[in-house]
Each structure stands twice: as C-alpha cells, then as structure tokens.
Design a protein around this ligand. Structure first.
Ligand SMILES: [Zn+2]
Length: 300
C-alpha cells in the first residue's frame, strides 16, 4: 500500500481554476500544461503500483535533502525484498541517446534522465545510510507518455518505455512480507519530506482581472445562467441546483483568495449571474460562519 494517497497538487488546482477564467498568460499556459501532463504521468504509475497484489509499501513525491543537496523522489517501491527507485518522465515526442547525451529530435540536447537518476540514487543511499539503513537500490527511469518514442534505445535496464510498463509491474509477486525494517525505512523517509511552499510556481493574479461567473460543473465553461432555482449551462445543458453551484463557486473563491474576507457583495460579484444579494447571503449564512454585523458582516 501507499503510505500516503496521491493528491492533485494544490498549485495544479489553482492553475485549473485560473485557466477556466481566462487568467493565464501564454507562458503560464505552458507551465499549466506541463504541470498537468506531469501529474497525469504520475497518476499512471500510481495506479499501476496501487493495483499490485501481495505485500508492498510505496512512497511518492518526496522532497528530501542529503549533504545540503535537495532531491526529488518520484516513487519508491519496496516489494519482494527490494527497494525500487522510479524517476518518472512524461516526455512527449521523439528522442534519442547519443553516447551519454540525450536529445529531442532533431538536435535539442536535454538533461540525460539517467544521470539525474544516478544522482538521486546516490543522495538517497547516503541519506539512508545516515539513518542506519544499508539497503541496495534498484533504479529505473520510467517514460510514461504513450506518445513518447525513443530511437536507438540502448538496451539498458535503467529505463522503461511506455509499452513495457504493464509487463514490468506484472512481474512483481509481493510474496515476501514487508518486515519491520522496511516499515521503519519508509516511515523515516516520509517523516523527512520537506513541504514546499504551495505558492512558488503560482502566476500572479488579482480579483479584478479574473473573469467572474459560475463555471459549469460538467464542461467548466463560464456559459451558465440562472433560471429559478437552477444554474443551467448554455453549452452542454447541464442543470445544477443553484445553491449547490453557488457553494461550489464560493469554494473556488476560497482556494484562489484564501486570505480575502468574503462579503455578500464580493461573492455576488464573483458569481456574477446571481442577481440578488439575499440569495447569496442565504447560502453564506447557511454554510459559513458570520463574523461582524450588518454592513461589516463577512463569512468564514
Ligand atoms: Zn456545461
């Protein structure tokens, strides 16, 4: 089992919200798609590991530090008595190796993932030794994207192509029970994880510049309108109880502006398509705690 379930990174959720509301520049858009692709690749590996039978322990997305150097562990799997380190790459397109260098077709050199893997493995081993663990590590670069092609692939065991993934994971049996030492090892690593600031990759945005309205729950476009007690999408006809739609939209506001006081006026402006203040106030009263009185009322 995984020590911690996979969660969508907060920064990706924020990008998604901003994307729906047309608040991303071209550069941020590229950043967004990169994050999205990266998460999809990670999810693919997470699911493959999660469907393994037998006894195993797995960690993912660890940020660790060893000898004053920070490094990222994408996945660590303990199974059949062995420690497997996986570096996940979601590259899209055509690539090739030329001796020890790695290129995107035609000729753009990019960092060789095998070299990165060797560095991560070495730092991880040093860290483990520091805590008294003497395990050997089996390391692999996993290319997850089905649209990834590798020419002149050297037959190295350090990497796995998308077409080899299923078979690779099917080879694990999980028949060796996980012992106390391995449990101790995974718990130690999880406790050493450094949490990153969730704001570091965030684009700058402000309330004024963001498109207001209630995005459709189904197709995410801002093409909804209010009819009686419902929020209806012009594009896909999805119909949602208005109160539910307002709550959903308030939650988006909270994610984007966690430090901002929520007043009826502000939320009405945010929802845009809801015309009456009382409707907004009713939802706020029902689902959030009121602070302050009358004119100065806000909700948490
Ligand atoms: Zn829709």
């Amino acid at each position: 089992m995984f020590v911690k379930p996979l969660q969508k990174p907060r920064v990706l959720t924020l990008y998604e919200l901003l994307h729906k509301r047309n608040a991303l520049t071209q550069k941020e858009m590229r950043q967004y798609f990169q994050l999205k692709k990266g998460f999809e690749g990670e999810k693919r590996i997470y699911e493959l590991i999660n469907s393994l039978s037998g006894d195993y322990l797995a960690l993912h997305d660890l940020l660790l530090s060893s000898n004053n150097q920070t490094f990222q562990v994408d996945f660590l799997l303990v199974i059949d008595g062995t420690l497997h380190l996986f570096e996940v790459k979601n590259y899209h397109g055509e690539f090739y190796f030329d001796s020890d260098r790695f290129f995107r077709v035609p000729q753009t050199e990019i960092s060789n993932p095998v070299i990165q893997l060797i560095r991560t493995e070495s730092l991880l081993r040093q860290l483990l030794q520091q805590y008294g663990f003497q395990n050997s590590i089996q390391s692999t670069v996993i290319f997850t994207n089905p649209e990834f092609t590798l020419f002149y692939a050297p037959r190295k065991k350090e990497f796995l192509l998308p077409t080899q993934l299923n078979r690779f994971f099917q080879n694990f049996t999980g028949q060796t029970p996980i012992g106390a030492a391995h449990k101790d090892l995974t718990e130690t690593l999880q406790s050493l994880h450094i949490s990153e600031s969730p704001y570091q990759l965030l684009p700058s945005y402000d309330f004024k510049q963001i498109k207001k309205g209630i995005p459709c729950h189904q197709c995410h476009t801002l093409t909804t309108f209010v009819e009686k007690q419902s929020c209806i999408c012009q594009k896909c006809d999805y119909k949602e109880p208005l109160e539910k739609a307002i709550i959903r939209n308030i939650q988006e506001h909270q994610l984007l502006f966690p430090d901002q006081k929520m007043t009826t006026t502000r939320i009405r402006e945010w929802c845009k398509i809801v015309e009456s203040n009382w409707r907004i106030r009713r939802v706020l009263n029902k689902c959030f705690a009121q602070k302050g009185k009358r004119k100065w009322a806000y909700y948490e």
